[in-house]
Write a protein that binds this ligand. Structure first.
Ligand code: HEM
Length: 240
């Protein structure tokens, strides 16, 4: 159950847990992202695996940036309790893309800006990087699991081609997400950094929305035909 919080005023006056602030202050952004036409159409079966591949091709760039930044921050001993290398997805995304018969693509305009922002905050304001980590990975551990199931049910993608959403190496996802939130709460950021992190969470959702918008408008090319898809990729295998 969500309650409404004016995050700007809240952080300076109460010890509200950071993870709650991040979720509450971005609730409307989450709904927008979830209801964006590209995601809604993809989830409802109204698109195709080619559209999913177009998304994956852009995610490959996004996760490469997220993961190179995480490696830099880990090497600086920053936020190591959150930056779990088992979350890394870029190699899996590229493998899935290949199995699905998709092809890598140039960075779309939205992804150019998104990736550039990730590199910038990593260098200049590392606490802001955590917003990008949270929005993608906690999203992948939540709605991402539903998306994977829909890709299987609606488009026949098999488990082997949905490896990007397979986080079984983490164990059960709920305790993992609870621990992630607890690690956020333990950060004890000062009020300014807290406000900046909350601001960055909303920016991160905005980058995602911009990407979904591009994909919906068809301004990002979808990889060509499904012809080279291999039979095992279309096998009926449970994802979760
Ligand atoms: C495909 C449509 C989506 C569905 C059905 C969905 C569903 C959900 C659900 C059920 C949760 C709650 C999980 C829990 O309490 O453990 C959640 C959390 C989350 N989702 Fe989504 N989601 C979707 C899309 C997205 C997108 C596109 C993003 C990011 C761009 C995103 C980011 C997040 C984040 C960061 C959380 C964690 C919230 C928190 O507990 O702090 N989701 N999502």
């Amino acid at each position: 159950m969500y309650t409404s919080i004016d995050s700007g005023a809240f952080v300076t006056t109460t010890p509200h847990p950071l993870a709650d602030l991040m979720r509450e202050s971005s609730k409307a952004d989450h709904e927008d992202a979830e209801n964006s036409s590209f995601i809604a159409d993809l989830m409802s079966g109204g698109l195709s695996l080619d559209h999913y591949c177009a998304l994956l091709a852009q995610y490959a760039h996004l996760y490469t940036a997220l993961e190179s930044s995480a490696a830099i921050l880990r090497s600086q001993q920053r936020f190591t309790q959150l930056l779990d290398p088992r979350l890394d997805r870029s190699a899996l995304i590229l493998a899935d893309l290949d199995l699905l018969g998709g092809t890598p693509a140039e960075q779309s305009p939205a992804i150019v800006k998104y990736v550039s922002r990730i590199h910038q905050v990593t260098a200049e304001a590392p606490h802001r990087y955590l917003a990008h980590h949270y929005v993608r990975y906690l999203g992948d551990l939540s709605g991402g699991q539903i998306l994977a199931r829909k890709m299987q049910q609606n488009y026949g993608a098999g488990a082997a081609a949905l490896s990007a959403w397979d986080f079984s190496a983490l164990g059960k996802l709920k305790p993992y997400k609870d621990q992630y939130r607890e690690s956020l709460n333990q950060l004890r950021l000062n009020p300014q950094h807290t406000a900046e992190l909350l601001d960055e969470v909303r920016l991160a959702f905005g980058f995602n929305k911009a990407l979904f918008h591009e994909l919906a408008e068809g301004t990002v090319s979808t990889p060509e035909s499904t012809a080279k898809r291999a039979a095992p990729v279309l096998a009926e295998v449970d994802v979760a």
